[in-house]
Design a protein around this ligand. Structure first.
Ligand code: AMP
Length: 459
């Protein structure tokens, strides 16, 4: 999971990108980068850390000038988390001129395509699957549309991406639409972002007046050159496969994701969880912040009081977003504290949006007991995660998934909760208005792989 942003035909484009990346910092905290174009050259700045750290004291007008820029915040799910070469945007000098790319998602046929290209003499600079696009575009022939189609037809998996060239920015989303990407007309220019919360920053800007954001639909390739947009659609042969985890966990509640409010979906999930797994308790609390809306809706539905019994330290970052388990363990302790006053002597339902490795659940139950809770009932607002994700969520091996083997009762015992309840898969589908399973990817919960179409033809 990562966040991408683009600005084309916009004054101080790189500064605008830095603000948008900050608004989406929850999508990745390992590294950040921006590349701008000022009409004659590309300017690049990237590094490890948060946006504020990488761009501390940067004079945007000097270091990253221009009216076109793209940026990226990274949470590595593929490639080497320690390698600087993988920090995006990646830039290459192609025959057609310089090209920069930012990409959110994972390609599933990367290893195969890379070894074919290497056998043919290609030299890769990084271990990032994103670099594949640059090689494939460089090799393709014909006009832009033909070259992009030829390159995209050779990759499988999840990609929402932005390409920047001296001509402008091209945005593209894979035919199954795994990851979100939205666009907004901004004065005479355009903005692109993984999440719409990045656009809301500019609501008071007169250039925003009347602007309405729109999703970049799956299979769509949109190019902005000299303030003109042209687009084509590559045919999507299968139902869409929007990532259900975007709604459950990733996205900010104030974003519109795949055309629906992330907050509204989380409230529906909370109500469905109450119907599926009610509990007799004195109060309901959330594992902040991602499950706040779910927990409040759960409490509402059961007529139980909602209290903030766990407090999050906002200065430590999202714990899960550290690729190593030891850092993750310490991270949970750094991140959450229990409010003894709210907890002591109480029977508590604690709602979390998901349970992956079980690290957070174990710590939260222990924290609440330590603070004097007499009972701790854990409710999870999504189904058991039983399958790794190959499209960009950090759940790489089945071995690490707490609910994959051994049954729910064993998991409850290992977590130390008095009861453990999950949201049934059908309830998740209903909350997403996807009862027939034709719109969302639920592979991590169902184990069934989405169909990846090959042989798409441009429409
Ligand atoms: P875990 O502690 O490994 O069971 O992960 C579950 C916790 O991390 C929950 O509190 C979620 O809010 C959060 N979470 C779930 N999935 C992810 C993810 N892919 N990236 C970051 N955090 C996650």
């Amino acid at each position: 999971m990562c966040g991408i942003a683009g600005a084309c035909g916009v004054d101080d484009a790189s500064y605008v990108i830095s603000l948008m990346l900050k608004a989406m910092q929850h999508r990745g905290q390992e590294a950040a980068g921006i590349v701008s174009y000022d009409g004659s050259s590309f300017h690049e700045l990237r590094g490890k850390g948060l946006v504020d750290e990488v761009f501390a004291d940067v004079d945007y007008a000097k270091a990253l000038p221009g009216r076109t820029a793209i940026g990226h915040i990274r949470y590595s799910t593929a490639g080497d988390p320690d390698s600087r070469e993988s920090i995006q945007p990646l830039v290459a000098q192609l025959r057609q001129g310089p090209t920069a790319i930012v990409h959110n998602g994972n390609l599933t046929n990367y290893a195969e395509r890379r070894s074919e290209l290497e056998e043919a003499g290609a030299i890769f600079r990084s271990k990032s699957d994103t670099e594949l696009f640059l090689h494939l575009i460089a090799r393709a022939r014909g006009n832009r549309r033909e070259r992009l189609s030829a390159a995209f037809d050779q990759v499988e998996g999840a990609y929402s991406l932005l390409l920047m060239t001296p001509r402008g920015i091209t945005a593209a989303v894979d035919p199954l639409g795994f990851r979100p990407l939205s666009m907004l007309r901004f004065g005479a220019g355009w903005l692109f972002a993984s999440e719409t919360c990045a656009f809301d920053l500019f609501r008071d800007d007169p250039r925003f007046a009347g602007a309405v954001s729109a999703p970049v639909d799956r299979g769509r390739v949109i190019s902005i050159d000299d303030y003109c947009a042209t687009a084509f659609t590559r045919e999507a042969a299968a139902p869409s496969r929007h990532c259900s985890f975007e709604h459950i966990y990733f996205s900010r509640p104030d974003s519109t994701v795949f055309g629906r409010s992330a907050n509204a979906v989380r409230e529906r999930l909370g109500r469905a969880l109450a119907a599926a797994g009610p509990a007799d308790a004195d109060l309901v609390t959330a594992v902040p912040d991602s499950s706040n809306a779910m927990a409040a809706a759960y409490a509402d539905a059961l007529g139980l009081p909602f209290r903030f019994a766990l407090i999050r330290n906002h200065y430590t970052g999202r714990t899960f977003i550290t690729p190593r388990q030891t850092a993750r363990e310490l991270g949970v302790r750094m991140k959450l504290g229990a409010v003894r006053d709210a907890v002591a002597g109480k029977r508590i339902v604690v709602v979390d949006d998901s349970l992956v490795r079980g690290t957070t659940a174990r710590k939260v139950v222990a924290l609440l007991r330590d603070a004097g809770a007499t009972e701790v009932h854990l409710r999870i607002g999504s189904p058991p995660v039983i399958h790794p994700c190959h499209w960009g969520i950090d759940t790489p091996s089945r071995r690490e998934l707490a609910a994959a083997d051994g049954g729910i009762e064993n998991l409850r015992l290992s977590i130390g909760a008095d009861s453990l309840g999950y949201l049934p898969l059908e309830s998740l589908r209903e909350a997403l208005d996807d009862a027939d399973g034709s719109a969302y990817c639920v592979t991590c919960f169902s184990g069934e792989s989405p169909l990846v179409p090959l042989g798409r033809r441009p429409a």
